[in-house]
Write a protein that binds this ligand. Structure first.
Ligand SMILES: Nc1nc2c(ncn2[C@@H]2O[C@H](COP(=O)(O)OP(=O)(O)OP(=O)(O)O)[C@@H](O)[C@H]2O)c(=O)[nH]1
Ligand SMILES: [Mg+2]
Length: 698
């Protein structure tokens, strides 16, 4: 491959709600630039970026994938990210590798909950972006309506630089509002483009939109504004550089029109990416710690090597593949670098660029590029690598805690044996998965970001690692607490020949505010308990509180005051006081009106207005509390809090109520006391599972 100067590189993430057509546009970009010899399709399962068997089977992106195309003397690295909420953590991590993003909006559905989620991520990462109103060939596609939704949500800085020619099955090309020309495409998906004059019927609108665009660019800069007011126009150079500056400064978000599936509008989109999105050089240096000092790393190929690992692929055949964004210096196929996050050395053997899963070996990769290597020993996602002695570390990548757990049961003994190795490989690739044994029930639990996520991981266990497991119904992480107070004695006395055991404590127990977890106070006066045994009392309670007295869930939000007790000169010991404390804890818990807390989720639902009534009714049946409602054009954004246990099957329900047009996201909010009939069910379940005995006695 050609050696590209840093300013000829673009690193762009394709982001958007699930199914907005990102992978299909990536496929069209690759085909139109000659990187693939045919136009691949998600529905045929042959795209470059949805190469994983799970992705092919489900026809969705599960994990982000990197590919690149070479176009007009530029190298454009594309990161095709997943849009489904369960996998957005990966999308977020991928944003660390790019300098800009293309936000995809479906021409039929308009702005969806995932659109806004990715927008928030882009804001957080401070990335410039363009917007693609896509799938314009679809039945009922409507550029104007989708644009209106975009502007409702993201403001009038979202400004079209294109208009579609025709819509629905007549979608045949785009009007370039900057050059005021038409780009028309062959109907055969070849992407063959011919340029021509704006159709007569559109001239008036094109002039108006062009003027709007020029005004917006002028408004974004004082000097341009002066010039514009004086002369009534901007020169083409002034306009283009002004537009680019406004895009880099997040003052404007240019809107494009396309259909990836039918390969319409793709080349103008790529031209727009190159012209208006920043090269690595045009971005402010990247924040890092250099030799312990906060510093911005500049993308100079001549500086010391530094890179951030934003993704790890764990391939059962080729082993571990590490994807990195190089921020400075150069990288060769072999050599030793430092993993500055772990303070150890790593040896490189092999260097390549990725075209989906295909590895294209590279002689060198340098600042501003995205490259990969295989078989690193200790490096994992989020780590920084740098030249020995350079001590450059980028901020780590934060991954969300899993929000849902299921019990899994290995089908045979052999499956059980294979699990631990598979677990390691799976979590290396996907740091948001946990596979752990529940210490109380000895059940194996698999936790992830949603039911789909957990199901896919379970299938992966089978397909990649030959581990066959049954997935049990999901488990909710309940907690227990108290509503009242207690004042009790815990006494442990044992005399079995020889030396006996003696510990005796008096404690008070009282509730704490929600979220305060646990406090221990020592108020023992006059040596009723020798000082050296007091930590044993606290330890005893800390251990005991891992199990509440109702259903065996961890006890939280209470305080224990140790205020009296007695001891024996010979028989008292750490262990005896620990046991006495455990007894006191159980007694006090039972006396202090124990109760069960359940996790409550913040739920955000996007729906066309017509389905609001049905959705509200449905949420009512799920013990949901509506927190607020917003109107954005014809869409409604509904915010509610709903107990997690009620939300497990919400996704199919919402799809059926809204005919697929509604979307939702949820995340953990807080713990709240469960109503008593629900508590009865939780306790009965705990008894059945053996977490607690029905009448547990000491
Ligand atoms: N009519 C039409 N269908 C499209 C277009 N682009 C994608 N599709 C279809 O929409 C579905 C989803 O397309 P993808 O390209 O996988 O969408 P995505 O945004 O990558 O989806 P995720 O990665 O799963 O979030 C597939 O069935 C595509 O065939 C388009 O331009 N027009
Ligand atoms: Mg995709």
């Amino acid at each position: 491959m050609k050696d590209y100067a840093v300013d000829k590189i673009r690193n762009i993430a394709l982001v958007g709600h699930g199914s907005s057509g990102k992978t299909s546009v990536a496929a069209a970009l690759l085909f139109d630039t000659g990187a693939t010899s045919r136009l691949t399709k998600v529905d045929k399962g042959n795209t470059v970026t949805d190469y994983d068997p799970d992705e092919i089977e489900r026809k969705i992106s599960i994990s982000s994938a990197v590919c690149f195309c070479e176009w007009k003397d530029h190298k454009v690295n594309i990161v095709d990210t997943p849009g489904y909420s369960n996998f957005l953590w990966d999308t977020k991590a991928s944003l660390r590798a790019v300098d800009a993003a293309a936000v995809f909006v479906c021409g039929v559905a308009g702005v969806e909950v995932g659109t806004e989620k990715v927008w928030e991520m882009l804001e957080e990462h401070g990335l410039p972006r363009l917007i693609v109103i896509n799938k314009l060939d679809r039945e009922n596609a409507n550029f104007g309506r989708a644009l209106e939704a975009v502007r409702q949500f993201f403001g009038r800085q979202a400004i079209p630089v294109q208009l579609p020619v025709g819509e629905d099955k007549n979608f045949s090309g785009v009007i370039d509002l900057i050059e005021k020309k038409a780009c028309l495409f062959e109907k055969d998906e070849s992407g063959k483009m011919s340029e021509g004059a704006v159709p007569a019927a559109m001239v008036e609108e094109v002039d108006r939109r062009n003027k709007e665009l020029v005004e917006m660019v002028a408004e974004s800069d004082e000097k341009l504004m002066e010039k514009y007011l004086e002369q009534g126009e901007l020169s083409p150079e002034e306009f283009r550089s002004g537009l680019k500056r406004a895009i880099l400064g997040h003052q404007l978000f240019p809107v494009f029109a396309a259909s990836g599936l039918t390969n319409i509008g793709i080349q103008p989109l790529l031209d727009g990416m190159i012209a208006f999105l920043p090269s690595p050089v045009e971005r402010d240096g990247v924040k890092a710690s250099v030799k312990g000092q906060d510093q911005a790393v500049q993308p100079s190929p001549d500086g010391p090597f530094s890179a951030l690992v934003f993704k790890t692929i764990s391939d059962p055949y080729t082993g571990r593949i590490t994807l990195m964004r190089i921020f400075s210096g150069r990288m060769n196929p072999d050599g030793t670098v430092t993993n500055s996050s772990r303070d150890t050395d790593e040896k490189f053997v092999g260097l390549f660029f990725l075209q989906g899963k295909e590895q294209i070996s590279a002689g060198q990769a340098k600042a501003g590029d995205i490259a990969a290597t295989a078989k690193l020993k200790v490096t994992s996602t989020g780590d920084s690598l740098c030249a020995k002695g350079a001590a450059i570390a980028f901020p780590p990548i934060n991954f969300p805690e899993p929000s849902i757990s299921f019990a899994i049961e290995p089908k045979t003994r052999a499956d059980e044996d294979r699990i631990s190795q598979a677990t390691h490989r799976i979590t290396e690739e996907d740091p948001t998965v946990r596979i752990e044994r529940d210490p109380d029930t000895a059940q194996l639990l698999i936790s992830g970001n949603g039911e789909l996520h957990v199901r896919i991981i379970t299938e992966r266990l089978k397909k990649r690692f030959n581990v066959d497991v049954d997935l049990k119904p999901p488990k909710i992480s309940y907690k227990e607490t108290i509503k009242g107070r207690a004042d009790v004695q815990g006494r442990h006395k044992k005399q079995t020949g020889g030396r006996g055991q003696f510990g005796d404590v008096w404690i008070k127990m009282e509730p704490l505010a929600r979220g305060k977890d646990f406090e221990f106070e020592d108020k023992v006066f006059g040596g009723a308990i020798p000082r050296n045994f007091i930590p044993s009392v606290e330890k005893g309670i800390l251990e005991a509180r891992k199990k509440g007295v109702l259903a065996g869930y961890p006890a939280v939000d209470f305080k224990v005051i140790l205020y009296d007790g007695s001891y024996h000169d010979v028989d008292s010991s750490d262990i005896a006081f620990k046991i006495a404390a455990t007894k006191a804890y159980k007694k006090a818990m039972k006396e202090a009106k124990p109760t069960i807390l359940e996790p409550v989720m913040n739920v955000e639902i996007y729906t066309p207005e017509a389905y609001m009534g049905d959705i509200m009714g449905n949420l009512n049946g799920r013990r949901g509390k509506v927190q607020g409602m917003e109107q954005k054009g014809t869409m409604r954004v509904l915010k509610a809090q709903v107990p997690m246990s009620e939300m497990l099957d919400f996704e199919p329900t919402l799809t059926s109520i809204t005919g697929g047009r509604g979307s939702f996201l949820m995340e953990f909010s807080h713990y709240e006391e469960a109503p008593s009939h629900i508590q009865q069910k939780i306790i009965a379940e705990a008894v059945k599972e053996g977490r607690v005995k029905s009448e547990e006695e000491d």
